[in-house]
Design a protein around this ligand. Structure first.
Ligand SMILES: C[S@@+](CC[C@H](N)C(=O)[O-])C[C@H]1O[C@@H](n2cnc3c(N)ncnc32)[C@H](O)[C@@H]1O
Length: 342
């Protein structure tokens, strides 16, 4: 109930964030990184890896907050010169250094190799996706980079897919406070911590920890993937949230009943993907992914909620954010969903 109310309060924000995702929320903010040449690398190293930069001075506290373990796969998204990639690597199985600039990644690979680190793998990503395989990462580390995401909703959704079920995001950001922060922070960082947190929650996460005790102008937050399901496994998204997500294009709805039930009556907003067909394609995930969008919330409904749960069991391991509805066809109609015209 508490979760649903909180999410309802965020509905207007969701529509802003999603509308903004058709275009960059901050065009030009990455010009210096996108165009960085090999000659610029030394300047970046001098800027990011020096005493006096708050996150450099607090680097050990930051690493402690990550709670790293030897078997972990970590993605350092917005790796930059690799400062944190090299600090994380000795503590885990593998670090994926993710960035939009290949020259920076070449530098990270070289500097890791010269430190004798064999478990660093560079990953070139795009402005709207971290470009990581589904269900492959235990922890995503994002330092001084979230405010550089031009498509924060899409990037965070790609991170949501990449994280394993119990995966965690560690965010380190500048604390933008009206009347207190420096002119540089006010001009460079587009929003305050409340707004960034709401955006991340809307992308499917839940805040689990805040640390701002060892910073003056930054904060660190840990988030986990929000399960938002009932004991049985149905989504706790309210009908209003489901409708809003379908309307603003962040979600789709699949009817997993059988063809004969669909032919008798169906919902205007739904597409048919019979559970029997879904089951028969379970061994061919590419065929399922060709029909079910990976970058959207996928609601599934059936007659009474049972088959929706079974469909979710097939779709979730493919990295799809599937949310089975407990409400069946008739209940959805009575809650204001419309019938498809015949
Ligand atoms: C301010 S630097 C921070 C570097 C590093 N995290 C650190 O704290 O030293 C921001 C980095 O994010 C990268 N970046 C910007 N947008 C990105 C995106 N959408 N996905 C991944 N990296 C991005 C930039 O190329 C740059 O290397």
């Amino acid at each position: 109930m508490k979760n649903s109310l909180a999410a309802l309060a965020l509905l207007p924000l969701l529509s802003c964030v999603c509308l903004a995702q058709q275009q960059s929320v901050r065009p030009g903010i990455n010009d210096s990184f996108s165009n960085a040449s090999t000659e610029d690398l030394q300047t970046f190293v001098e800027r990011f890896e020096k005493e006096g930069r708050e996150v450099f001075d607090a680097r050990q506290e930051i690493i402690n907050c990550c709670q790293l373990r030897p078997a972990m796969v970590v993605a350092d998204v917005g790796a930059g010169t690799g400062l944190f990639t090299r600090l994380i690597a000795p503590n885990v199985a593998k670090v994926l250094a993710v960035d939009i600039n290949q020259n920076l990644l070449d530098h990270v690979a070289k500097s890791a190799a010269s430190d004798g680190l064999k478990n660093v793998q560079p990953v070139l990503c795009t402005q709207d996706s971290a470009n990581l395989p589904a269900n492959s990462v235990d922890l995503v580390f994002i330092c001084d980079t979230y405010h550089h995401f031009e498509f924060p909703y899409k990037t965070m959704r790609s991170i949501y897919r990449a994280l394993k079920d119990d995966g965690v995001v560690v965010l380190v950001e500048f604390d933008r406070i009206e009347g207190k922060s420096s002119d540089w922070i006010m001009g460079h960082v587009r929003a305050d911590r409340k707004t960034f947190t709401s955006e991340i929650v809307m992308a499917g996460f839940e805040e689990i920890e805040l640390r701002d005790d060892f910073f003056e102008t930054s904060y660190l937050k840990r988030f986990k993937k929000s399960k938002r399901v009932t004991d049985k496994g149905h989504t706790v998204d309210s009908v209003a949230e489901v409708k809003a997500n379908l309307k603003n294009g962040t979600a789709v709805l699949f009817d997993v009943r059988e063809q004969s039930e669909w032919d008798a009556d169906s919902l205007k907003q739904a597409e048919l993907f019979q559970l029997s067909e879904l089951g028969s394609l379970a061994a061919e995930p590419e065929k399922i992914k060709a029909r079910v969008p990976e970058d959207k919330i996928v609601y599934v409904h059936c007659r009474a909620g049972g088959r929706a749960l079974r469909a979710a069991k097939i779709l979730r391991p493919l990295g799809i954010d599937v949310r089975p509805l407990s409400l069946g066809f008739d209940s959805l109609l009575s809650q204001g969903f419309e019938k498809k015209a015949k």
